[in-house]
Design a protein around this ligand. Structure first.
Ligand code: ATP
Ligand code: MG
Length: 383
C-alpha cells in the first residue's frame, strides 16, 4: 500500500502577505530534516512528504514531527478516487475493527468528484458497518475518526493525527546565540527560542583540566539533540581556565560567580555579533541559584551589548524538566559531569551584588585581555 505523510501548519497562516515566505521556509526545513528519504512539496495549505522507496515511514514521521511550525502530521494511505477502492482501503489500512464507535469525515478538495463530502462519508460509513456490524456511528465522541480526503492526485485515507511542536519555522525570526552548559535548563531555553523561529549557534565555556573531555562531549551531544529541532548548529567552545584562575587569585571570593557570569556574557556577545546573531539566550530562572536573583541578573546584563533572553525566567524546575523529557535532552543533561561554573563557586556568593562593587573587583584583573585571549582560543564545532 502506498503511503504519504500529510503535514498541517497553523500560526504561519496568519502572516498575511508574508505567508508564502513562511511556508517556503517550512518546506525547506522539512526537506533538510528528511534528506533523500522523502519528496516534499506543498499544495493548498498542506505539505506532503512522499516516502522514497524503502524509507522507514516511522522514522520519517519522527523527523518531521520535530520541525518547528508543524501543528500535526498524519500517515495516510493513497488510493484511486473511486468509492469501492476508498472503502477497501479504509478497511484494510485503518484499525476500525478493534473499535466500538466511529465516524467518517470527508474533505473534497477536488470539486469535480461526483459525490459531495457528506455523501462520501455516508457511503464509506455504510461499508464499514457492513463489514463490522458490531460498530456504531458516534458523531460526537467516536473512538476513531476515519478521514477521507479527495484531492486531484488521488484519495487519502487516515485516522490518527500526531501532534507537532507548533511554533514558527526555523529561520523566520533571525538568529540567536545560546549559552549552552551541560545542565537541564539551557537546552530547554534553546528549544523555546528555536520554537519561535530563531536559528541558533551555541557557546560553551569549559575549563580543562578541571572539566573533563567527557563533559565537553556531553555538551556536544546536547547540541546535537537541539539541532534535530533547529536544523544545524555551530558550537563555539571557549577555553575558560585561565580566566577563572585569575579571578580566583585576584578578586574577592564572594564576587567570583558574578564576575565569571559577566565575563561569559561579554564573550558570548562578541561571538554573537561576529556570527550575525541579534541576541544571546540563557537558561536562567528567577531565584533558582545565587546568580539568578534580580540584582545578579541586572549586574550581568549591565555588560551585555545586545538583548539577553531568558525564556525560562518564570518557570519552575519541574516544568522545565518536563519539557526536557519531552524534547529528549533530560537523560543526557543529568549525566554527572562537572560544569566550569560549579568548580570555582564561592561558599558564600553575593546574592545582592552592587554594580559599583563588582566593577571595582573587575578592575583587579585584565578583563579586556582575558576576553581577547578567550576569543582567540575559541574552537568551532558544527553538529
Ligand atoms: P543549566 O541547567 O542550564 O546548567 P543552571 O541551573 O546550572 O543552568 P547556572 O549554572 O547559573 O544555572 O547557569 C545559568 C545559565 O548560564 C545556563 O542556563 C547557561 O545558559 C549559562 N551557562 C552556565 N554555564 C555555562 C557554560 N559552561 N557554558 C555556557 N553557558 C553556561
Ligand atoms: Mg548548570
Amino acid at each position: 500500500m502506498q503511503e504519504i505523510i500529510l503535514i498541517k501548519y497553523g500560526e504561519i497562516i496568519l502572516k498575511g502577505l508574508n505567508r508564502h515566505i513562511f511556508e517556503d521556509k517550512l518546506v525547506r526545513n522539512i526537506r533538510t530534516a528528511v534528506g533523500t528519504d522523502a519528496r516534499v512539496y506543498k499544495s493548498r495549505a498542506t505539505i506532503y512528504a512522499e516516502p522514497a522507496e524503502g524509507a522507514d515511514v516511522d522514522v520519517l514521521m519522527q523527523k518531521i514531527l520535530k520541525v518547528f511550525g508543524i501543528v500535526y502530521a498524519v500517515r495516510a494511505a493513497v488510493c484511486e478516487k473511486d468509492m469501492e477502492t476508498i472503502g477497501k482501503t479504509v478497511l484494510s489500512y485503518l484499525n476500525v475493527a478493534g473499535r466500538k464507535t466511529f465516524k467518517v469525515e470527508t474533505k473534497r478538495a477536488d470539486k469535480t468528484f461526483s459525490l459531495k463530502s457528506p455523501e462520501v462519508s455516508a457511503e464509506i460509513g455504510g461499508m464499514i458497518l457492513d463489514a463490522y456490524p458490531h460498530l456504531k456511528v458516534d458523531v460526537r465522541n467516536p473512538e476513531i475518526t476515519v478521514n477521507v480526503e479527495i484531492r486531484e492526485a488521488g484519495a487519502y485515507v487516515y485516522a490518527e493525527k500526531q501532534k507537532g511542536q507548533g511554533g514558527m519555522p526555523t529561520g523566520s525570526a533571525g538568529k540567536v546565540m545560546l549559552l549552552l552548559s551541560g545542565g537541564i535548563d539551557s537546552p530547554v531555553a534553546g528549544y523555546m527560542m528555536g520554537k519561535r523561529g530563531t536559528c541558533m549557534d551555541a557557546v560553551h565555556f569549559f575549563s580543562p583540566p578541571f572539566t573533563s573531555e567527557k563533559a565537553k562531549e556531553k555538551v556536544l551531544d546536547l547540541a546535537r539533540i537541539l539541532a534535530q529541532y533547529t536544523g544545524g548548529m555551530r558550537v563555539h567552545i571557549v577555553p575558560f581556565t585561565e580566566q577563572q584562575l585569575q579571578m580566583k587569585a585576584k578578586c574577592p571570593a564572594e564576587h567570583l560567580t558574578i564576575l565569571m557570569r559577566r565575563m561569559m556574557m561579554q564573550i558570548a556577545c562578541h561571538i554573537a555579533a561576529d556570527t550575525g546573531a541579534g541576541a544571546v539566550v540563557t537558561g536562567e530562572s528567577l531565584g533558582q541559584v545565587a546568580s539568578q536573583t534580580l540584582e545578579a541578573i541586572g549586574v550581568t546584563d549591565a555588560c551585555a551589548t545586545m538583548p539577553c533572553f531568558r525564556p525560562l525566567i518564570g518557570m519552575d524546575k519541574e516544568d522545565i524538566i518536563s519539557i526536557a523529557r519531552r524534547i529528549g535532552s533530560f537523560e543526557t543533561s543529568i549525566l554527572p559531569y562537572e560544569d566550569c561554573c560549579t568548580i570555582f563557586v564561592p561558599k558564600h556568593p553575593t546574592t545582592k551584588p552592587r554594580l559599583e562593587k563588582i566593577l571595582e573587583s573587575e578592575a583587579l584583573i585584565d578583563t579586556e585581555g582575558l576576553i581577547q585571549k578567550a576569543l582567540e582560543e575559541t574552537i568551532h564545532v558544527d553538529v
